[in-house]
Design a protein around this ligand. Structure first.
Ligand SMILES: [Fe+2]
Ligand SMILES: [Fe+2]
Length: 329
């Protein structure tokens, strides 16, 4: 399976045989009354729509063809409405143990994992405020379950940093910008800002499901990551003798307000300098990641991307090169 073609490299007319992960699977009926199977299939390089027009070509149990299942498929790459799709001749469910390397199926961070963990540890070590350090260590180092999930989770279902390790990469990116901002605005409480950035999306480890395809958990849909992490921080504080109420309020305030507006899920608006900073940096990091990803993945011809719904605009794709390598007389 390791040598099967990657979705990103598919070209019109290619034949394909191999394993892919079903993100979506739906049995539908065409306008002419015939039943067919519509799939969205993925590997770590991308996703593609796939159609099986003759259900008799399914081998094995039809009920096993469902989202989050691995499928073995055979077919050809065709173009429809100027997009590539797979026209399938054969589909069957594939047991998990047929898959030798699961990492072929999940997009992962482009950054080196060991390097990111070392950077994360450095931030934890650098906190001098004893109360803030206790909270950060309790949730991000001593709580092994949370820590392990935090190092793996994506940062979002589909807007930004949608890959394994994405939450850690996003968190480090916000923390690193916050560190620079604290060097610039000396009145900010640096330890409060750093601990808040490390914890600001921790609730996503329970909000998102990411064992197979990325989605929301029931707990995530019902409570949301902001509520979840606020509860965890409060529970951790309750375990620490005489934790000062002032720092509890200020830390919880940053977590609760980090989406910036009530319509974006924050119950309060950012009302401290540290909360305003964390909100803007978080927003900036999510937006820029989505802009870069959008430009990179867009396959339309010309200078502009297709309309980006979340940013409510098209993006200009042409990039003026950075100064290195530019020769001017
Ligand atoms: Fe968030
Ligand atoms: Fe965030």
């Amino acid at each position: 399976m390791g040598d099967q073609a990657r979705i990103k490299s598919f070209r019109e007319g290619d034949a394909f045989v191999g394993h892919l992960l079903a993100q979506e699977a739906a049995f539908k009926t065409s306008a002419r009354g015939t039943d067919y199977l519509e799939l969205t299939l993925s590997d770590s390089s991308g996703r593609i729509k796939a159609f099986l027009w003759d259900l008799r070509a399914i081998e094995g149990e039809t009920e096993l063809i469902q989202p989050d299942a691995f499928l073995k498929v055979k077919g050809a790459v065709v173009v429809f409405n100027s997009r590539l799709q797979l026209k399938l001749d054969k589909v069957r469910h594939a047991a998990d143990d047929e898959i030798s390397d699961l990492s072929c199926f999940f997009p992962t961070s482009g950054r080196d994992m060991a390097e990111m963990i070392a950077e994360f540890e450095n931030y934890l070590e650098s906190i001098r405020d004893p109360w803030l350090k206790k909270i950060a260590v309790a949730l991000l180092r001593d709580d092994k379950g949370k820590r392990e999930a935090f190092l793996r989770a994506p940062a979002a279902k589909n807007l930004h940093h949608v890959f394994i390790g994405g939450l850690l990469e996003h968190t480090l990116s916000v923390a690193s910008m916050a560190e620079k901002a604290c060097g610039h605005y000396r009145e900010l409480n640096r330890d409060l800002v750093i601990v808040a950035t490390l914890l600001h999306d921790l609730g996503k480890i329970a909000e998102l499901s990411y064992d197979r395809s990325f989605g929301y958990t029931d707990e995530g849909n019902l409570l949301g990551h902001i509520t979840l992490e606020a509860l965890w921080v409060q529970n951790a504080i309750a375990e620490i003798d005489s934790f000062p109420g002032e720092i509890r309020n200020q830390l919880l305030h940053i977590l609760l307000s980090h989406h910036g507006k009530m319509e974006f899920g924050s119950p309060v608006l950012p009302k401290t300098p540290e909360a305003i900073l964390v909100h803007y940096l978080d927003d900036l990091d999510g937006k820029l990641d989505s802009v870069f990803a959008n430009i990179k993945e867009d396959s339309s011809a010309g200078n502009w991307t297709q309309y980006n719904k979340s940013l409510e605009r098209m993006l200009y794709k042409t990039r003026w090169p950075s100064a290195t390598g530019l020769a001017v007389d």
